[in-house]
Write a protein that binds this ligand. Structure first.
Ligand code: MLT
Length: 260
């Protein structure tokens, strides 16, 4: 088994994901929000790239009498005219239960759509569900690509960290001792970026929240008064859900893996 890591949504080449499991991360905040909504009983999340398309999809679902929430963010702010934003704290069970969330974000929903263009299976990863995702992704005979959304074409500390946490969990499932003392024969076979992510995860494992203080996007969200979002997104392994991307009628949607 090989594990590779892509640092940004822009680095996705769909053909290179063929036959692979892709795990997509946009820890601050799109994939943490998706994991939270699914854990809180949301029926589906529809990840959309463009604002206009999100409005259209939500309007179509409403015409079909589907209970729908239109949500999204640009520059970290709720989109003008959208009732909901991209904060995981906006979505307690009483808000999302049984609903379909149509979501468009700056980087995360682009990464999800890009990965779904090529990969065999696309899972939604975050710190919240790192261990649960590792258990689903660790399948004999399938290579894995950790797809970090990054921020506007730049790699981000928090996505690389979460990808590293999943790599770390997979190494444990594969029986590797945590000192990685026999690195010459590391199995699974890790790309250099995956090794870097693994060591990053070791560095922040006891306090992932600190990584957000060190990251550009984390500091931006803090300056916008969103410390509570960061606290929520930093809770390691508190969710058991593994959202998976599916396709229907030309649209992507995301449901909990156990619904497959
Ligand atoms: C994104 O997709 O770029 C993010 O989720 C931005 C954010 O809301 O913090």
């Amino acid at each position: 088994m090989r594990i590779d890591l892509l640092p940004t949504a822009e680095s996705i080449v769909p053909a290179e994901l063929a036959g692979r499991i892709a795990v997509v991360f946009d820890v601050l905040r799109a994939t943490s929000t998706i994991v939270t909504t699914i854990a809180h009983g949301c029926r589906r999340v529809v990840p959309v790239v463009a604002v206009a398309e999100a409005r259209e999809v939500a309007a179509r679902l409403a015409r079909e009498n589907t209970p729908v929430l239109l949500a999204g963010e640009r520059g970290g702010q709720k989109i003008s005219g959208f009732p909901h934003g991209n904060s995981p704290l906006e979505y307690p069970p009483e808000v999302v239960e049984g609903k379909v969330l149509v979501l468009t974000t700056s980087n995360g929903t682009r990464a999800l759509n890009g990965a779904a263009d090529g990969a065999h299976t696309v899972l939604v990863g975050s710190l919240l569900n790192a261990r649960a995702v590792a258990r689903e992704a660790h399948r004999p005979g399938r290579d894995i690509t950790m797809v970090c959304a990054g921020t506007q074409g730049q790699s981000s500390l928090e996505d690389t960290l979460a990808a590293g946490m999943v790599v770390l969990e997979i190494m444990e499932l594969a029986g590797q001792d945590s000192s990685y003392s026999n690195e010459k024969t590391l199995s699974p076979d890790l790309s250099d970026l995956a090794v870097a992510a693994l060591y990053l995860a070791q560095a922040y494992r006891d306090n992932p929240r600190r990584a957000f203080d060190h990251s550009r996007h984390g500091r931006k969200l803090l300056s916008m008064g969103l410390a509570a979002d960061l606290d929520w997104c930093a809770s390691l392994n508190t969710c058991q859900v593994v959202p998976v991307v599916k396709k229907e009628g030309g649209y992507l949607f995301i449901e909990n893996f156990s619904c497959v």
